[in-house]
Design a protein around this ligand. Structure first.
Ligand SMILES: [Fe+2]
Ligand SMILES: [Fe+2]
Length: 131
């Protein structure tokens, strides 16, 4: 199940919307790799890419929230840290050959991403708009 970015996911910030689009593309690539039963090395590469980009995006988003003096920054950062922990855990298990990559894993990553953008990221957009 691939995700497609659409206007419902917009945080009304061009750069951050672009980052979300890239993040979704990377997650879709990971899903494709899984479906095509790519080698362990290939999947490790895809997980690494996702972890790198997720870290990059979270840092960028946190810098933006700091720049607008967003009051819920600490809480938001905790949610980011939770996701990074999960991804790191998956990565370690893949390396040890212990994780049977399943739809459950990709569904978790996908559902979290969508719910996070809609439920958490869009709150800073509302803050910017004075809502
Ligand atoms: Fe976020
Ligand atoms: Fe985000």
């Amino acid at each position: 199940m691939l995700i497609q970015w659409n206007q419902d996911l917009s945080v009304r910030n061009e750069n951050l919307d672009k980052e979300h689009q890239k993040w979704i593309t990377i997650l879709n690539n990971f899903y494709d790799g899984l479906m095509m039963s790519k080698s362990k090395e290939k999947l490790e590469g895809l997980v690494q890419e996702m972890l790198d980009y997720t870290n990059y995006h979270f840092a960028s988003e946190e810098a933006f929230m700091r720049s607008i003096n967003y009051p819920d920054l600490a809480d938001h950062q905790e949610k980011h840290a939770f996701y990074i922990d999960k991804l790191t855990g998956f990565q370690e298990k893949i390396k040890e050959g212990k994780l049977i990559l399943s739809l459950e894993v990709t569904n978790f990553l996908k559902t979290w991403l969508i719910n996070h953008i809609k439920g958490v990221d869009q709150q800073y957009a509302n803050f910017v708009d004075g809502k």
